[in-house]
Design a protein. Sequence first.
Length: 72
Amino acid sequence: MGKYGDKKLQTLFTELTGYEKRGIYMLINGLPASPMQIVQAHSMREEGVYMRDYVLNDKGDLKELGFHNVKV
């Protein structure tokens, strides 16, 4: 397993599922992704990290959440 443990992956999945229920659009490396796809990418990540990119609407509410692979 990579840098993430089972507990962290479950917490991430729960968080992302909540965003999905609110209609927040999610991407990973610029492509549409489900909470499970994002969690799987995190679990397989051996090197580097995913940087979050929060996109807000005109009212300041979250409308899109992107994850971008960053090599360190």
